[in-house]
Design a protein around this ligand. Structure first.
Ligand SMILES: C[S@@+](CC[C@H](N)C(=O)[O-])C[C@H]1O[C@@H](n2cnc3c(N)ncnc32)[C@H](O)[C@@H]1O
Length: 235
């Protein structure tokens, strides 16, 4: 295990799954395992209960954009929860990576979730608008100008709320994930890329310093950062 104190963010190393030539079977397993990891650590149930459900309605459809949806499990979970609560939700889940898009599309369809192969910038160019824009585990992939572009894209796309949910870098999270992910590591990138993701992730003060003053950085248990914005409000 890497023994660094994680005082600085890793910016050189890139995740194995980002390599276009990576092992496709290992990538497929990684997308499959995202579902388990996200359910255990990403805290979307809490985000849904405390931040999304209160602004949703049983009579008017709330539109949601999931940027960088990967295997699509977060979008599907939100649609299931909203369906159980009798709330109307329409989710567009985008990822520019053809491999992620193929994986998500190949699973049995979830009513009210549409998968599209697209970047956030392409939707901005198409003048698309959504009530809510979310992402999960996307911020740490991006540095400098790319992060600024994603943040700007989400501002251009959201009317009512933006929630970028990611890991908060911490030694304890790193040590716990190193142990917990070991059994899943065979022919999957979940252990290697998960650990690298923690090293690449932002601390709350770092993230706050690279976004504008209108954004709020909120911590959520365990070792999560939510980057929040109330959206532009215009139609
Ligand atoms: C680590 S994956 C996260 C997948 C999924 N959200 C999850 O948590 O399991 C990050 C994804 O973000 C996508 N991505 C990065 N920048 C993007 C952008 N500007 N628009 C849409 N997707 C983007 C990448 O293609 C990648 O599949």
């Amino acid at each position: 295990m890497r023994t660094s104190r994680l005082t600085t963010r890793e910016v050189q190393a890139h995740e194995l799954m980002d390599d276009p030539a990576c092992d496709p079977e290992a990538l497929r397993r990684t997308y499959q395992q995202f579902r388990v990891v996200n359910r255990l650590v990403a805290g979307w149930r809490q985000v849904y209960t405390c931040r999304l459900r209160p602004i949703m309605s049983a009579t008017t459809t709330t539109t949601v954009l999931d940027i960088g949806s990967g295997g699509g499990d977060v979008a599907r979970a939100l649609a299931r929860w909203a369906g159980r609560d009798g709330l109307l939700l329409d989710i567009t889940a985008i990822d520019p990576d053809a491999r992620a898009h193929r994986f998500a599309k190949a699973l049995p369809p979830t009513p009210s979730v549409t998968f599209r192969q697209s970047t956030s910038a392409q939707l901005v160019a198409a003048e698309a608008r959504f009530d809510v824009v979310i992402s999960n585990h996307v911020l740490h992939h991006l540095d400098g100008p790319d992060l600024a572009r994603l943040v700007d894209d989400s501002l251009g796309l959201a009317r009512r709320l933006i929630i970028h949910n990611d890991i908060a870098r911490s030694r304890l999270a790193y040590a716990a994930y190193a142990v917990a992910s070991r059994p899943f590591g065979r022919r999957s990138f979940i252990s290697h890329d998960g650990l690298l993701s923690i090293r690449r992730s932002y601390r709350p003060a770092e993230l706050a310093s690279v976004v504008g003053p209108d954004w709020h950085v909120v911590e959520q248990f365990p070792y999560r950062i939510l980057l929040l914005h109330p959206g532009s409000g215009t139609a």
